[in-house]
Design a binder for this molecule. Sequence first.
Ligand code: WT7
Length: 633
Amino acid sequence: MRIHNFEEYQKVYQYSIEHPEDFWNEIAQHFHWRKKWDKVLEWNFTEPRVKWFINGKLNITENCLDIPAQKHPDKIAFYFEPNDPNDLSYSITYKELLEKVCQLSNALKEIGVQKGDRVAIYMPMIPEAVIAMLACARIGAIHSVVFGGFSAQSLADRINDAECKVLITADGGKRGNKIVHLKQTADEALQQTHSIEHVLVLKHIGIEINIQQPRDIWWDDIVSKQSTYCEPEIMDSEDMLFILYTSGSTGKPKGVVHTTGGYMVYTAYTFLNVFQYDPEDIYWCTADVGWITGHSYIVYGPLINGATSVIFEGIPTYPDAGRFWAIVDKYKVTHFYTAPTAIRSLEAFGTDIIKQYSLESLKVLGSVGEPINEEAWEWYHKNIGKGKCPIVDTWWQTETGGILISPLAHITPLKPSYATLPLPGIQPIIVDEKGNELKGNNVEGNLCIKFPWPSIIRTTYGNHERCRQTYFSTYPNLYFTGDGCKRDADGYYRITGRVDDVINVSGHRIGTAEVEDAINQHPDIVESAMVGYPHPIKGQGIYAYVVPVRPIDDVKKLHKEINGLITKIIGPIAKADVIQVVSGLPKTRSGKIMRRILRKIAEGETSNLGDTTTLLDPSIVEEIKQGKFKSQM
Ligand code: WT7
């Protein structure tokens, strides 16, 4: 499975696109199946309908747990590093992890969870979050992890959309010197849901919470009495493994669906090859399991490869900005995978703090979630990697399930700010607005993929048409990523950012429609338009133009209220950095908001606004340009 040098990569890549089915057929042999597939692939991008490893039977947790636990029961699967460095850190071996997962699986069965049921997971970044995901997979239940920073409303929407039967949560979590009141928020969410029969509550930080019997059950009470073995449910390759909600340009977040066989093969293959993981290595991905990075490269990919990983509950700046580096030294981390926003925010603290740590153990650095600017790339390479660690700039999406474009560590020649080359099996294509392929090198346009890979999105939960419409209708027979991209003279890919109404704030994907809907719930606001603008740390910041019912005299106060509302409806990650009060929005005669103009003004550009003649009221642009009623936080 493993690629060893660049010539081999080129050969394997060529073979993988000329004979994709043979290629994936060979890769898939490396895993444990209860029954092999009859056929590798069936697909069309029109419905769309994609099936991999047809009629294959397996349980992914046998690959994550039973197989590694047989090979090396005492190998550490996870080191847990708590938020507070003085709290207890501990490790879990593969054998222990298998047992803990089995116990929770049995507990879920006891409370009535069956194959195909949906289970919501709303947890801090602790090993039990991973155990909860795997316990679902063990019994064929579909997990839907909701990031612990999301609001009650967001949690309720996700529970309702998937009609989850059980919610797994904790009393609370710690992030820096803040406490996250998970159970309290969950209680609020559950007032708006009808499908939840039971809530499993882990006592994690020991805060006082409300327990509503018989609905709520303490994790320890039910889990500790269970058997440490649970027979895995045998799943079909195309049975759903999980749902993960993500934002798009329109409407509410959609539930991206991934299935079992293809997702397993792809995440395991890419983990091994991108990171070039060796059995003795210590891998640390700083993401939260609430995002796809956590699913694919904290849970499934590393475990299937029998890796040892670090799980960290806290934040990079607590108790000080050296925390990441202290953890790297403490566990002798060899592979460190984080987001550009974290790098930029730590860069702001200077290099003196880094000099207190050795960072000698590091071999590979990774970047994910947003474009990494050249300056941050160089800083990361020099100060963290000491010039000797390659940076794998991994481009992918919730919908792709795994990394599609990335260097292979120590193999692919690097170029700062480039995700470099497609992984084996990935066939990128760049098209212009009309969908014409831009062939050859030195081209820039919209990034699409023309052939399926094993972990491609299968559907959006409960609404297949939305999946077709969002990803497969813009350009016929292509998967459209929503990203802009450049292919340079060497054929290297550089992702330039979203070309749709999605913005990327600190590596988190935020939909304009969602934020606008939240803002519009403010009683003094008639309508609003949100755009992204370049932000030195977050990558993109949120800039919202709001039209009030009556003149506003205190814009700062309004800004605070709007952010309170956004926090309540979505979560603090979607708070607006800038609020500008305007008397109207630039709309075309057909009523469409011209975001292009708003984006330019937000970027500070006031001269080259392009064609404004199609506007219903061009004078509004003059007023907006002056930016008189603005608040920045
Ligand atoms: C969007 C997907 C992939 C896991 C985390 C985010 C942007 C992601 C890169 C990168 C440039 C990147 C894209 C993509 N993105 N990685 N290495 N370089 N842009 O997953 O929330 O589904 O967001 O993140 O714009 O479309 P996500």
